[in-house]
Design a protein. Structure first.
Length: 170
């Protein structure tokens, strides 16, 4: 199945979970895809002067591929400008399973398609459910690299769906 637009999964809802009373083992979601983000810590661990946090201003879902894209953008920008003098950590993990119902298209589709009847859907990806005010990423840098770190987080904010703000802690 192709990837649907991110706006289709942005809204945070409690997922419909199938509960089978006759066959309880069928209640579990089978075949959950592995999240695209494999690395949650980048850079060099150590003592840094400042911690910057990327904080969500909205309650939304962020797909794992958007999280991976933001990680790549931030890491490339920081490595180009700072080398390894930073530590970036993604603080959220995509636990929420996204499902989509494959809909038959083309000639004769109406003969074998049941529409949205019993539309549990098959797992198509994973997402992070983010609350308003939740921290998404932490970036540790020294004081002289503060402006570069802010620019990196602005680039990250363009890759994910919620509007974000940057918090700085000493």
């Amino acid at each position: 199945m192709t990837l649907r637009p991110g706006r289709t999964v942005r809204k945070v809802e409690r997922p419909y979970t199938r509960i089978s009373k006759r066959v309880p083992r069928e209640s579990y979601v089978v075949g959950v895809p592995f999240p695209k983000t494999h690395q949650f810590e980048m850079g060099a661990k150590g003592e840094y002067d400042l911690n910057l946090f990327l904080v969500s201003k909205q309650a939304v879902q962020i797909r794992d591929n958007a999280l991976e894209a933001s990680r790549i953008v931030a890491t490339r920008f920081l490595e180009k400008n700072l080398g390894t003098n930073f530590f970036l950590k993604i603080l959220v993990y995509p636990h929420h399973v996204l499902r989509q119902k494959a809909i038959a298209m083309g000639a004769g589709a109406d003969r074998f398609s049941s529409g949205m009847r019993q539309s549990f859907g098959s797992p198509s990806g994973t997402a992070v459910q983010v609350r308003k005010g939740q921290r998404l990423m932490r970036l540790s840098v020294n004081k002289e690299n503060l402006e570069i770190a802010k620019r990196a987080f602005k680039k990250v904010g363009l890759k994910i769906s919620p509007t974000v703000r940057i918090e700085i802690e000493q």
